[in-house]
Design a protein around this ligand. Sequence first.
Ligand SMILES: *Cc1c(COP(=O)(O)O)cnc(C)c1O
Length: 426
Amino acid sequence: MSRNLELFERGKQVIPGGVNSPVRAFGQVGGTPRFVKRAEGAFFWDADDRQYLDYVGSWGPAILGHAHPDVVKAVQEAATDGLSFGAPTEGEVEIAEEICRLLPSVEQVRLVSSGTEATMSAIRLARGFTGRDLIVKFEGCYHGHSDSLLVKAGSGLLTFGNPSSGGVPADCTRHTMVLQYNDVQQLADTFKDLGDKIACVILEPIAGNMNLIQPSAEFVQALRSLTERHGAVLIYDEVMTGFRVALECAQGLHGITPDLTTLGKVVGGGMPLAAFGGRADIMAKIAPLGNVYQAGTLSGNPLSVAAGLATLRLIQQPGFHATLGARTARLAQGLAEAARKAGVVLSSDSVGGMFGFYFSEQVPTSYAEATRCDIERFKRFFHAMLEEGIYLAPSAYEAGFVSIAHDDALIERTLEAAARALARIA
Ligand SMILES: *Cc1c(COP(=O)(O)O)cnc(C)c1O
């Protein structure tokens, strides 16, 4: 019996679904999750010692490839000096300085341990700063699993959301409005009716949790001008896009200065680290300066900070994002070409080190369009690629991630495998 299957069966006895985060269970694609034994560069090896070329990269953090020697060394050295103190360290000041230097919109920043914590705290802060309750999010954007953000669109225009998870009281989502991504008119109508009640608008500035979906320039400009005019806080949730789509993040690509930004994934270099930061006048409302409470026993953990700092330094090497972006674009374009040759309907897109492919004629622009693609076809493609030793996200609604360890030859190897896989599923 496969060791992966054996571990999965054993795990299911003591861990719900055998996994510690639901998408890992292969629920959408079926089959047995690969249990990772070790990883290096662009590859990981499963419990049966089979090698895979990894396009998940821990869902984003592994931008340098797995186990980069400089990052591993930084963590090992930090560990020698102690694992956690519950008192401030020099590293925390250094990484905060680095984040503020790289992101002009961030004047002050607070470190936390997960993206969920970063967005939850940013929303509390926006509410505390404005004295308003209402928050606006977009359907298909994921901002972690805090109660008020686990919400799906209500029926009809300008309605409040319903909880999208059990265990979330409707009272918790009563103040959350869910609008359509890229719908400028709906956004403008909402601000016209309720603008002076809106504490904040939070979005994935390039969405990666409903496959990859980019906003129009008009949409992000409307977001900035409407929030500014109505005194609402604009939150760019860059937990996924931060330092991955560009060194200046999505906000730099868009030429937008948000009021608050959330970071995670790449900023922690594979360790539990995330952050929220922005305008100094808003950040001054956070405890101990202000009355908005926020805290964490392991916040700014020295090992996480060491991994984050080492990662931020390495991605600032000249040409890093240009190279990463060119390889990712080649992958996305190559997938579409291979599909055309195989007679399979597929479109694709990429930004920096993130890519999406869609079993539909056109690149989607909203959640409704993203969920209209051919899921059955995705499942068959996923498994055909897995047989080829290529590990894609086990869900049709997640973006893919390329690391700098994915060199040109590995991208070509992937495209050759994709051509065979597509021929098999055509
Ligand atoms: C991953 C993600 C989160 C949640 O981060 P966790 O560290 O998993 O809690 C929040 N927002 C976005 C955009 C993400 O991609």
